[in-house]
Design a protein around this ligand. Sequence first.
Ligand SMILES: Nc1nc2c(ncn2[C@@H]2O[C@H](COP(=O)(O)OP(=O)(O)O)[C@@H](O)[C@H]2O)c(=O)[nH]1
Ligand SMILES: [Mg+2]
Length: 397
Amino acid sequence: MSYRIGLVGKPSVGKSSFFNAATMNDVPEGAYPFTTIDPSVGEAYVRVECAAPEFDEECTPSVGFCDCGTRFVPTKLVDVAGLIPGAHEGKGLGNQFLSDLNETDVLVHVVDFSGETDIEGEPTEGHDPRVDIDFLEEELDQWYLGVLEKGINRYETGYTTEDDAIEEELAEQMSAFKTNEDEIKLLVRRVGIGFEPEEWDDEDRLELAREIRKATKPMVIAANKMDTPEAQANYEEITADPEYDHLTIVPASAHAEKALKSADQAGVVDYRPGDSDFEITGDISGEQEQGLEQIRDFLSEYGATGVQAALETALFDVLGVTPVFPGGANGLGNERGEVLPDCYLIPPNSTAEDFAYSLHSDIGDGFLHAIDCRSNRQLGKAYEVEPRDVIEVITTN
Ligand SMILES: Nc1nc2c(ncn2[C@@H]2O[C@H](COP(=O)(O)OP(=O)(O)O)[C@@H](O)[C@H]2O)c(=O)[nH]1
Ligand SMILES: [Mg+2]
């Protein structure tokens, strides 16, 4: 199971910079719209505290790496360019944008908190980032509404068989959003509009579209360019605004993350991505030192650069993904001499049996019971897996 985190936002907010900082790949960046024509897919990492030290072992990750007890587990990051107002009507790179967006599991909305770009991404001053936050939600809602309306239309014009229920029709029409009948049913009930679409007015439809969007495209806001005083002032204001309470906002500086990673690669600092501090280890000029000390101040104010934090908040907090280590009750090593080689990211609310299936369908089919490797306790198939569990599956085969 591999998750895809999508970076979205109007042009020039720093999506490519964020993407590059998170993946250290080379994607063109520049302060003008449409630099990134094709969506870029790269490998980023999310941090998970390694379980091996608890067993007095040293792990040998098969993918990603482990740095002083912190596992860096790979995840896919997608730079989804091309969102401008009216994208759902096919303006700009709208349609490409929408189909790329469908492939993502969770979104990080990169917002230029400095207010130095207007709604189209052109240079300006004093732009309110709240406008961008609202615009993106509305844009997505309109897109969902369009697809929802098609489903209602099909239902009403009788393309479906007599006894097809509306949730069935909508689940089919909206299948690209990875929803299903049960979810649609639940959301129709939540909106409280009944199951007769002829009775849904425009507002009901929009509200339902919005609920489906929220359920299928959970989102975190990365308040980017937080290294500028303008962004810091906007951040103070917006995080104190009750209208925006429902959002998860992570303060971020793609520039700071990129600078630290570059300095680390050049051997002049020792920086572990996501950390709240770093050490200067090489010879640097006074100017470089001044720049790095500014970044250090930023880290002590905001806890980190926010790039790792935004990805992890999206995956673990908003989406609810569970990291779990396949282990062995009689030691963590396998027959190839690897120690705790894997850390799986599995869907929220997964059971021990689901976990077994994520290892291999044969392991799922032959599931007898599982073992919690920390306590050696036996776990039944309905056991709900907890983050950082170390589990061995015992099978009949
Ligand atoms: N101050 C500051 N500027 C940034 C940051 N991230 C990106 N930028 C600048 O914002 C502009 C647009 O960046 P880019 O990554 O191309 O944005 P995109 O169009 O959303 O992909 C460039 O001039 C970047 O250098 C940041 O964290 N801080
Ligand atoms: Mg870009």
